[in-house]
Ligand binder design. Structure first.
Ligand SMILES: [Mg+2]
Length: 196
């Protein structure tokens, strides 16, 4: 059997975009936003900024992609190792320009097979049907809900904005993990079970 295809998200799954966003948004608001406050995926519901401003800050963060950290230092190695079992699709609705995203991935030497930038999270699901991708790694609870309903698997790294979803949605297709080390272990198990 060939490699299983894997859809890997960018913002806050590989790239610590939110860390830079918090800095800029805090400066704009004139108070320090704490990560734990961000208990909703749609940040306008928890922070006193409108959608346009929120997106504008994300665009600005990607404009300075060189400041965006990896969420885990061992991601490049982990992704490379996973490449033996998976075809790695990075599918992202990030608002950065493609050249910024590519430069960021290159900066950290992240090896992937295909990069696809989409408008909305729901486009990831459409693409997963088109490309026959059975598994996502993503922090977005809205995508997770759609993925589970479509009988796709999703590995979610726990974030303040997806804990409630994880709590309320026990599913054989939902794998909540603390970091990429755990994600890798879960993905290996899934790939073994798909081989049989
Ligand atoms: Mg994300």
């Amino acid at each position: 059997m060939g490699k299983v295809r894997l859809s890997v998200d960018l913002d806050d799954t590989l790239a610590g975009t939110i860390e830079e966003w918090i800095k800029e948004a805090s400066a704009k608001l004139g108070r320090e936003i704490k990560r734990e406050e961000l208990t909703e995926y749609h940040l306008e519901n928890v922070v006193d900024l409108d959608r346009e401003t929120i997106i504008g800050i994300f665009k600005n963060v990607w404009g300075h992609y060189e400041n965006v950290p990896l969420i885990d230092p061992y991601i490049p190695r982990t992704i490379e190792d996973l490449g033996s079992a998976f075809e790695i699709f990075i599918i992202t609705a990030a608002v950065g320009k493609k050249e910024e995203v590519v430069a960021w991935l290159n900066k950290y030497g992240i090896k992937y097979d295909k990069l696809i930038m989409v408008e909305h999270a729901k486009d990831k699901l459409t693409l997963s049907e088109e490309y026959n991708i059975p598994i996502f790694v993503d922090d977005n609870p809205i995508l997770a809900d759609m993925a589970i309903s479509s009988n796709k698997k999703i590995v979610m790294i726990k974030k303040p904005w997806n804990l409630k979803f994880i709590d309320e949605h026990a599913s054989d297709n939902l794998f909540a993990v603390s970091d990429w080390k755990e994600a890798e272990a879960v993905l290996r198990k899934i790939s073994e079970s798909m081989d049989n």
